[in-house]
Design a protein around this ligand. Structure first.
Ligand SMILES: [Zn+2]
Length: 334
C-alpha cells in the first residue's frame, strides 16, 4: 500500500514477543506472535547451570540464537518470564525453594541488560492463571481461581474483578499451605497439615504408602516398581480397590480445600491444571462430592470446576508471552 505520512503500517510494529518458563528441571523459551501462535520453541536443562550468572548468559545466548533464526531481533517487542517465587513487583526471584539459586536474584534486570529488551517476570502460579485467562478456560471470566497440582506442590492464583490478586506482599493465593488437618503431615514450609501434603503427587504417594501398610487385602499397588500418579491410576482402571481408595481420600481432601477457598472468594470457576489432573474421574468424582458437601450453601451448584485444556508444555510460555505484551517497549539503542 502507498505510504501516507504520519500513518504507520503493521510492518513497522513489533509483532512478536519471547516467553520463558523456568522450572527446576527445564527451561523452555518460545517466540510467540501477536495472535498467540508459537513461532519457534526450544528448551534445556535448568540444572546444567547451577550458577545464576552462567544460567542467564546461556539463556540469553540461546534466546538470541532462536530469534536470529526466526525473524530477527527487530521483530521482538519484549520478554516475559515465569519462574517459581518470582515477584512481579520487584522483578526478582526471591528465595526460591524450587530453584538452584539462593537468595534474591534480580532476574528481570539481568536479562534486560543482556538482551536489550524490556523484561517482565511473574511467579509460575500467576503466569498459569494469565495463560488460562488469555488462551484457556478462563477466557472472558473476571472472578476465577486457577489451581496447579504438580509433583511437589499445589500452587494457585485468583483473579478478582478481572485483575490478579497479588496481596500486600505479593504472596496471595497460597491455598496449598492452608491447614486441613490439625497436627497433620509435615510440610516443606515448616507447618503441619497443609493441603499440598495431601493433594500433590508427593502427598498422593504418601497416602498410598500408608494405606498399603494398613491393608490386609492383596493390592496391585504392592507390586508396582514405582508409585506415581500414572501407575496408581492404571491400578484404578484394573479395579484395584485400594488404588481407588487412595484417590478417594485425596479427592475428599482436595474438595474440602477447594470448598474453603471458594467459600471465601465466590469464583465463577475453579480451573485445575498440572499432572494430578491426569488421574481423571478417580480424583475428580470424589473431589466434586466433597466440594459440594463443604462449600457455602448459597454458592453450591454455582461454582464451575474445569480441567485445563492447554498443553502442559505450552501453557506457561504462552502465559509468559502474554505478560510480555503488558510491559512497556524498551531498547538500549533508543
Ligand atoms: Zn505448607
Amino acid at each position: 500500500m502507498e505510504s501516507v505520512e504520519g500513518v504507520e503500517s503493521i510492518d513497522k510494529i513489533k509483532v512478536r514477543v519471547v516467553g520463558i518458563d523456568i522450572r527446576l528441571d527445564r527451561t523452555t523459551y518460545a517466540i510467540v506472535d501477536i495472535k498467540g501462535d508459537i513461532v519457534a520453541q526450544d528448551q534445556f536443562d535448568t540444572m546444567d547451570f547451577p550458577d545464576v550468572n552462567d544460567f542467564v548468559s546461556a539463556l540469553s545466548e540461546k534466546v538470541m540464537m532462536l530469534v536470529e533464526e526466526n525473524g530477527g531481533y527487530e521483530s521482538i517487542r519484549s520478554v516475559g518470564v515465569s519462574a517459581p517465587s518470582a515477584n512481579s513487583l520487584t522483578g526478582c526471584v526471591e528465595n526460591a525453594a524450587n530453584l538452584p539459586w539462593k537468595g534474591v536474584v534480580p532476574l528481570a534486570a539481568m536479562l534486560r541488560d543482556r538482551l536489550g529488551l524490556a523484561v517482565a517476570v511473574a511467579n509460575d502460579a500467576h503466569i498459569t492463571a494469565l495463560s488460562e485467562k488469555t488462551y484457556g478456560s478462563a477466557h472472558g471470566m473476571k472472578d476465577f481461581v486457577v489451581v496447579s497440582m504438580s509433583h511437589g506442590g499445589l500452587g494457585s492464583c485468583f483473579y478478582s474483578n478481572g485483575q490478579p490478586h497479588l496481596g500486600y506482599n505479593g504472596f496471595a493465593g497460597e491455598v496449598g499451605h492452608t491447614c486441613v488437618e490439625i497436627n497433620g503431615r509435615e510440610c516443606g514450609c515448616g507447618n503441619k497439615g497443609c493441603l499440598e501434603t495431601y493433594c500433590s503427587q508427593k502427598g498422593l504417594i504418601k497416602t498410598a504408602e500408608e494405606l498399603i501398610a494398613e491393608s490386609k487385602e492383596p493390592t496391585l499397588l504392592s507390586d508396582l516398581q514405582e508409585l506415581t500418579i500414572q501407575t496408581i491410576t492404571d491400578c484404578c482402571y484394573k479395579g484395584d480397590k485400594l488404588a481407588i481408595e487412595v484417590f478417594r481420600r485425596t479427592g475428599e481432601m482436595l474438595g474440602m480445600g477447594l470448598a474453603n477457598y471458594a467459600s471465601v472468594l465466590n469464583p465463577e470457576a475453579i480451573i485445575l491444571t498440572g499432572e494430578m489432573t491426569q488421574a481423571g474421574k478417580w480424583l475428580l468424582k470424589p473431589m466434586r462430592i466433597s466440594f459440594d458437601e463443604h462449600v457455602f450453601h448459597n454458592i453450591r451448584n454455582k461454582t464451575r470446576i474445569l480441567v485445563s485444556i492447554l498443553k502442559e508444555g505450552e501453557r506457561d510460555v504462552l502465559g509468559a508471552s502474554a505478560l510480555a505484551w503488558d510491559v512497556k517497549e524498551y531498547s538500549l539503542f533508543k
